[in-house]
Design a protein around this ligand. Structure first.
Ligand code: ADP
Length: 243
């Protein structure tokens, strides 16, 4: 669990036509850890994740393990084990849960894995089904899953792609209490041997599941610490409450 296995962001900057959306952010998330990113709208959270995944040009340094990610194309970054979810789950609605996982695994390992299906479910797919709690729904069309289950399937699709750095955008938005709890437990499980970064606004959820929170504001790190620590930080209070 050395820092070498995790995410090291140094002096990250992203500008759009002269407007600086991410303004010198440094962030370290060791493997085995979950970092929650919060901050008001426009703080730069999505742009930071876009920079890590190669969607926008950035300067500075983003190291994951021994690899520098900046300057690499999106597909290369993905091949290095960086996976992302968006606020709206993007699963193949007509296909079953199992088929969705198969496709994700196939995209990673080559389509021969689909041929192997004749001999049963591949190990990594079976393991992911178990981890995301959908083993009992393997044959169900993904479009008929509950909202929370779709989010878990999307995380499962990252797991079978062997993602080691997971970047999740508001994974509990719109979830019931039970689904949130299950998601918290799922994040704990997947983070054991991975690095997880989560954009999340839900303070209830953060209080229950976040060990470390980084607050972004105007493209910079405003505060960092436990939920209690950042909530007590006058700079954070000023940004959120305007006093
Ligand atoms: P957050 O995710 O914290 O709400 P964003 O990263 O989406 O914030 O946006 C940070 C700032 O960058 C905002 O002011 C936003 O308008 C601006 N921004 C984001 N993407 C672009 C873009 N493609 N072109 C111009 N400005 C952008």
């Amino acid at each position: 669990m050395s820092e070498l296995d995790g995410l090291l962001i140094r002096d990250l900057r992203v500008s759009f036509d002269g407007f600086t959306a991410v303004d010198g952010v440094s962030l370290t998330v060791p493997s085995g850890d979950i970092r929650f990113l919060i901050g008001p709208n426009g703080a730069g959270k999505t742009t930071l994740v876009d920079a890590v995944t190669g969607l926008v040009r950035a300067t500075g340094s983003v190291r994951f393990g021994t690899h520098e990610l900046l300057g690499r194309p999106v597909h290369r970054i993905s091949r290095l084990g960086v996976g992302r979810t968006f606020q709206t789950a993007t699963v193949f609605e007509e296909l079953s849960v199992l088929q969705n996982l198969d496709i994700a695994a196939g995209a990673r390992r080559g389509w021969a894995i689909l041929a192997r299906r004749r001999r049963g479910v591949p190990d990594e797919v079976a393991a992911a089904l178990d981890t995301i709690g959908l083993a009992g729904h393997a044959e169900q069309p993904a479009g008929t899953l509950a909202h929370g289950q779709k989010q878990w399937l999307e995380i499962g699709m990252l797991l079978v792609q062997d993602a080691k750095l997971l970047l999740l955008d508001e994974p509990v938005a719109g979830m019931s209490h039970e689904e949130r709890d299950a998601t918290g437990a799922l994040l704990e499980t997947v983070s054991r041997d991975r690095t997880v970064v989560v954009i999340e606004h839900d303070m209830d959820f953060l209080r229950r599941f976040a060990r470390t929170v980084t607050v972004l504001h105007a493209g910079r790190v405003l505060s960092e610490g436990t939920v209690a620590q950042v909530q007590a930080d006058p700079r954070v209070q000023e940004v959120y409450l305007g006093h």
